[in-house]
Design a protein around this ligand. Sequence first.
Ligand SMILES: [Zn+2]
Length: 328
Amino acid sequence: MSLPISCCNLCGSSERSKLGRCSLPIELRSDKTSVEVRTLAESVRDSELYECHQCGLRYRKPQLDEQSLGQLYRELPAQAWDYVEADIQSWNVAGKVIRKRFAGQSEIKIVDIGAFDGRFLSMLPKSWNKAAVEPCNSVLESLKQRDIRWISDFPENIPDAEFGQFDVATMFDVFEHLPDPQTTIRQIVRLLRPGGMFLFSTGNSSHWSWNLLAGQHWYLHTIQHLSFANPRSIRWLAEAEGLKLQGRIRHSHQRRTLRHKFQHSLETLHWRGRMSHGPQRHLAGLIQRLPGQRRLMHRDRAPMAVSLNDHMLVCLAKPTVSKETPKR
Ligand SMILES: [Zn+2]
């Protein structure tokens, strides 16, 4: 689906509020950015954050088109996402939900959308049948080594034979990359058998840190992030697609201590003050005078506050076939 530039990425409505200018893309701040990516980033450097009146989604416009995004993801190096598995809270939370749901069952079929090198799937029982949808060419060998079957680069290219086969589909930190989340999620749900479960994790754009920072929030630092969900837009999506919303679990992007949460909260309030021209600007000055906070005066963008509970794991269920045709 291709929507006019002024429309919501989720529902297509043009009724919206402008929430503020997005921060300068990280791709334009880094010396390591290739010429090709820099050119793409220049084309969207003046984007704004909007909120849709109809479905509540927050989204960036202008944004990269699907072709440019596809190119960007295919060429990511294998070390593009450098992480410590145990710190990824969406994996920890989803792992618990899935293990509880399928406890004692040995032949579960699971597919991970945007699986990258397959590290999440490799944390699940060995006996499970695992598949991946992943566009990055450099990780295909890693998937093979982990006994994970690669089925497609993007959801729209999944072969028909895969539909209706899976007990569970997962998708972590991908929703925000989607220019058309409804069409992509419809395609993912087609992979599930009736009653199958779809879990995805993304930022919650109605978290207090978003309400304070709007377009300056760290989630908007990269040009790859386009669509920002929240409980209202998830309800809209579930209803529109006839899916059962089974639950929504709030979590932080990464596992951190309470001390980190306090520091990140303070830094978020500080940046809100720095963005202001009125009396709130004094807040930044006050925070900088607190012990150990003087360094904040040198900050040049909003904090990457990965310890705050500004993410959510959404659990959706595909309806079971309610009535069978009576046998004659
Ligand atoms: Zn909308």
